[in-house]
Design a protein around this ligand. Structure first.
Ligand code: ZN
Length: 374
């Protein structure tokens, strides 16, 4: 297997580390946050803004792109990078989560998963091999295996079945991936929720098969925080240090800080972008709900110390006005701020690990973001 990950600094008081993921379209510095661009765009922004905010990778969704515009269109354009004109790294979700969460009538067998398109009800059958083929056609830098996702809480017996299926599919995904040489990377997804014996079995199966990176799926979906932390700690001890770890869909800064401490390298979440569009802005003094009347005459920027374009130029009063008038610009300016907030924190996380002061930084940030906005 090719070497695609390099640890560049290790925190001496925790498992936090910085690293570099080498992809066909460039390097991703870790710990990394990938903005979500399910349909090939970070909602409300153009790519130059996303790049300008410091995003080194975006996450597209195989399920959505497979349904629309369809693989033919993207293949004819020369792949996803050319089709959407984003020259930097792209990771694609296998679509597993979307299949189980958006589709009615999902039927899972060892052969694959049958589901109805959430658009028009068409029945679709996908094998794990098909999902590899889809991502090969997309040409994404990092491909994810098809997994069997269950909501929280799910009975242990059912979860055990899901883990077995996920391992079987991971093995078949790897075999399909190996049939043709490619510079793309393939990461495996573990399941098992917070049942440690199941999670361990899932991770051990993936390690035996061998992947370029290892994802923890099915977490951050309502399980108790203490269980999540325990799972992360045990996974940290089990996973090899020389491969990147991805905690899928985890978006609260609090949780991200804990996960980084347990050696997680890669994150994605819709939280900053989705919240921006619904008018919730993150600041170092807590959240701001911009529609609130109390901001109507507030001349201050969203976040006093923030260097983003939005905070450098506009007041809370103006942002509230745009939001209330449902102006498109509201989504743009809010997204710029929220994404800057996230990517700036990741930049600082990396700096603090490099200067061996991650724990201090974590405590400092935790006390800051807990304070309420007055
Ligand atoms: Zn800002």
């Amino acid at each position: 297997m090719k070497k695609t990950f390099l640890v560049t600094a290790q925190d001496s008081l925790s498992s936090a580390r910085t690293g570099k993921i080498q992809t066909p379209h460039g390097v991703i510095e870790t710990p990394a946050f990938s903005p979500v661009a399910s349909q090939g765009t970070v909602k409300a922004l153009i790519h130059s803004q996303v790049e300008g905010l410091g995003a080194q990778v975006i996450l597209v969704n195989s399920y959505h792109l497979y349904l629309r515009p369809g693989l033919d269109t993207i293949a004819k354009a020369g792949g996803i990078h050319a089709f959407i004109s984003w020259p930097n790294p792209i990771i694609s979700d296998s679509g597993g989560f979307q299949i189980y969460s958006l589709s009615p009538l999902v039927k899972v067998s060892s052969e694959g998963v049958k589901f109805s398109s959430h658009l028009d009800g068409t029945r679709i059958f996908l094998r794990p091999e098909d999902v590899v083929d889809i991502q090969r056609t997309l040409g994404t830098d990092i491909m994810m295996t098809l997994d069997y996702f269950l909501p929280f809480p799910s009975p242990k017996a059912k979860m055990k079945e899901a883990v077995k299926m996920t391992s079987l599919w991971a093995r078949r995904s790897r075999a399909r991936f190996d049939e043709q040489p490619t510079a793309q990377l393939l990461w495996g997804i573990s399941q098992g929720s917070v049942f440690w014996e199941l999670r361990r079995e899932s991770i051990e199966d993936l390690l035996e098969i061998g992947f370029d990176g290892y994802a923890l799926g099915g977490l951050g979906i309502g399980e108790p925080k203490s269980d999540l932390l325990e799972a992360l700690e045990k996974a940290d001890a089990l996973l090899p240090k020389n491969k990147p770890r991805y905690l899928m869909g985890m978006g609260y800064i609090e949780d991200i800080l804990d996960a980084v401490e347990k050696g997680v390298d890669f994150f994605d979440c819709v939280l900053p972008t989705r919240n921006a569009r619904t008018g919730t802005l993150f600041t170092h003094q807590g959240k701001i709900v911009i529609k609130n009347q109390k901001y109507a005459q507030d001349r201050r920027p969203v976040d006093e110390g923030c260097g983003c374009y939005t905070c450098q130029n506009f007041s809370r009063a103006y942002l509230r006005h745009l939001y209330e008038r449902e102006e498109i610009t509201s989504a743009v300016l809010n997204t710029i701020h929220n994404l800057h907030f996230y990517l700036d924190i990741f930049q600082k996380i990396r700096q603090s690990i490099q200067s061996n002061s991650y724990k201090e930084f974590k405590v400092y940030l935790q006390t800051q973001i807990k304070e309420e906005v007055r």
